[in-house]
Write a protein that binds this ligand. Structure first.
Ligand SMILES: [Zn+2]
Length: 221
């Protein structure tokens, strides 16, 4: 595949970071909604921060009331596949039919007002044919530019500080920050996300950053 040509003809197909001429960044939360999501939403509301949530269809089915709440509170919702299956090994059309389209249906059934326009692949894994299949369905693929690996060892001492410092060390104008609010693979709540965001937001504001949704970056170009 000629990526250069493809991205030239479809400039809206992939978003890895926003424009770098403005101190704006997008916080993105994956795998939810989950047990930590209500407290995270309370905090985002208190801090007046708007964010993007990449939800699985499975989690949307389990917590439809949270899909409605995320949307009502002004955040953006993207498709993060139905079951968080690793896309590697799936033929593009099979994957679209089994993981992408049913997730959009689940999100709509949970109350999402419009079909999602953003897609983030589970584990960031996607091949060229899958990428083109998504573009054919009108999706933009959203990657990230800052990954503090917040999913790794949440029980470790100093976990919250470590994640916060990792973001602050890597932040840049136009950053898309990868975080997680959904339950982990063992079904445990990712409670640490609330304290991470509580510390992160004032620190980033102190550096002059404003918070936008990832979709805002796409529409700004
Ligand atoms: Zn994920």
């Amino acid at each position: 595949m000629d990526w250069h040509r493809f991205l030239h003809t479809a400039p809206q197909a992939y978003l890895g970071r926003g424009a770098t001429d403005r101190r704006a960044l997008a916080l993105t939360f994956d795998d939810g909604p989950g047990q930590a999501t209500p407290a995270l939403l309370d905090l985002l509301c208190e801090l007046e921060v708007t964010a993007s949530f990449f939800c699985t269809g499975q989690a949307a089915r389990a917590h439809p009331e949270l899909i409605a709440r995320i949307q009502r509170e002004g955040h953006e919702i993207g498709n993060h596949s139905l079951t968080h299956a690793d896309a590697r090994g799936f033929a593009a059309q099979d994957w679209l039919a089994r993981e992408v389209l049913p997730a959009a249906v689940a999100l709509r059934e949970a109350g999402l007002a419009r079909s999602p326009e953003l897609f983030r692949p589970a584990y960031g894994e996607i091949d060229e044919a899958q990428f083109q299949a998504l573009a054919g369905e009108g999706y933009a693929v959203v990657g990230w530019s800052v990954d503090p690996r917040d999913w790794l060892e949440p029980q470790a001492p100093g976990y919250v500080s470590c994640v916060v410092e990792s973001v602050l060390a890597r932040i840049h104008p136009g950053a898309i920050v990868l975080l997680h609010d959904g339950d982990d693979e063992q079904g445990r709540a990712r409670d640490g996300i609330v304290e991470i965001v509580r510390r992160l937001v004032p620190a980033l504001r102190g550096q002059g950053y404003e918070f936008v949704t990832a979709g805002r970056f796409l529409r700004a170009d």
